[in-house]
Design a protein around this ligand. Structure first.
Ligand SMILES: [Zn+2]
Ligand SMILES: [Zn+2]
Length: 343
């Protein structure tokens, strides 16, 4: 098969399409013919070598959609059949650890088959995936938008609904709102009955964010949007969805009303930052991390897209050979939503 194999960490030029051995459906795996693979901000960190547990050489890509072409012996009774159309989760849960047995599969203590980190991902014509890492999609949902939903809308739904406990009538601040997660988080939060305030560094993206459903958009290049948030929302916001990381974290924290929650999902620059513990104590803030989604989250957003309640945001579709260009576009913040690669 053809695949983009990362052999050494580095710049986009390290992403070269080459001939690679076909993966096989062994043990509990399902072999998927990839029809679309979305490019995530995490892929840029992966490519730079930002995750110490990552194995090399590695085929990047943890957001793919495709068709089942073969089943391993352990996947024969998994409910999947050849021809099924599927999308993936970040990694399969074990189903047996304390967390899994408590229904908290995203906190599985034995999950290790992480696409693009420890097992090959979707920048390829074929990918072998554990059957518990797959979810079926309906025939009416094309592969390109389908590939973008897991790490954007479903991750946003998990962060807002489960980790952030967002409820009807609350106000939520979404930082870095024009990114892949942000453009879906705006729609999901709106669907959940929240008032949505979005931040962006680009004045040119304001109209697009308002069109997606944001009630208010604040343009800030230096992360000091909290004064404006406070001015426009007496007392601050109930929940902040932090999609950028160090550049906006303290601005988001200072935008919270007393007792507010901040859910950290994005970490683009991967820099450490200083937090004032006194503010946490005095104002009763909660800092919560969230990075994955469950089968149910993904099934729920597939349903929402199918019924037209939210719209997948595909900025453009490129051939797999253009993976380096896709990374450059993302690094330059030249896209709204996801770039999708097709083999
Ligand atoms: Zn992702
Ligand atoms: Zn588990």
């Amino acid at each position: 098969m053809r695949a983009v194999v990362l052999r050494q960490p580095g710049g986009p030029e390290k992403l070269i399409l080459e001939e690679a051995p076909d993966p096989r459906a062994e043990a509990d795996d399902v072999l998927v013919r990839v029809r679309a693979s979305a490019v995530c901000g995490r892929d840029l960190i992966d490519r730079r070598g930002g995750f110490p547990m990552m194995k090399l050489p590695m085929i990047l890509g943890h957001e793919f959609a495709g068709e089942v072409v073969a089943l391993g012996p352990g996947a024969a009774t998994s409910g999947f059949s050849v021809g099924d159309r599927v999308v993936n989760l970040h990694l399969p849960s074990c189903g047996n650890c304390r967390r899994c047995l408590a229904g908290e599969t995203i906190l599985c203590e034995r999950a290790w088959q992480s696409f693009g980190h420890t097992v090959d991902g979707g920048y390829a014509e074929l990918v072998a995936a554990h059957h518990r890492a797959l979810v079926k999609i309906p025939d009416t949902l094309p592969f390109e938008p389908a590939s973008t939903l897991m790490c954007t809308a479903a991750v946003a739904l998990q962060a807002l609904r489960t980790r952030g406990r967002l409820s009807l009538g609350e106000t939520v601040l979404i930082t870095g709102a024009s990114g892949g997660v942000g453009v879906m988080a705006i729609q999901v939060a709106r669907r959940m009955g929240a008032r949505v305030i979005a931040t962006t560094t680009s004045p040119a993206k304001v109209d697009a964010l308002l069109a997606l459903g944001a009630h208010d958009v604040i343009v800030s290049k230096d992360g000091t949007f909290h004064n404006e948030v406070m001015r426009r929302n007496d007392g601050g916001v109930d929940l902040a969805l932090e999609l950028t990381g160090s550049a906006t974290f303290n601005g988001a924290l200072r935008s919270l009303r007393r007792g507010g929650r901040i859910v950290v999902v994005g970490n683009i620059e991967t820099e450490k930052l200083a937090v004032n513990p006194g503010a946490l104590i005095v104002y009763g803030y909660s800092i919560i991390g969230s990075g994955r989604c469950t089968h149910r989250d993904l099934e729920d957003v597939i349903q929402m897209v199918g019924s037209g309640e939210i719209l997948a945001q595909v900025d453009r579709i490129l051939p797999l050979a253009e993976a380096a260009l896709a990374h450059r576009l993302l690094a330059d913040r030249a896209v709204v939503g996801r770039v999708v690669l097709v083999p």
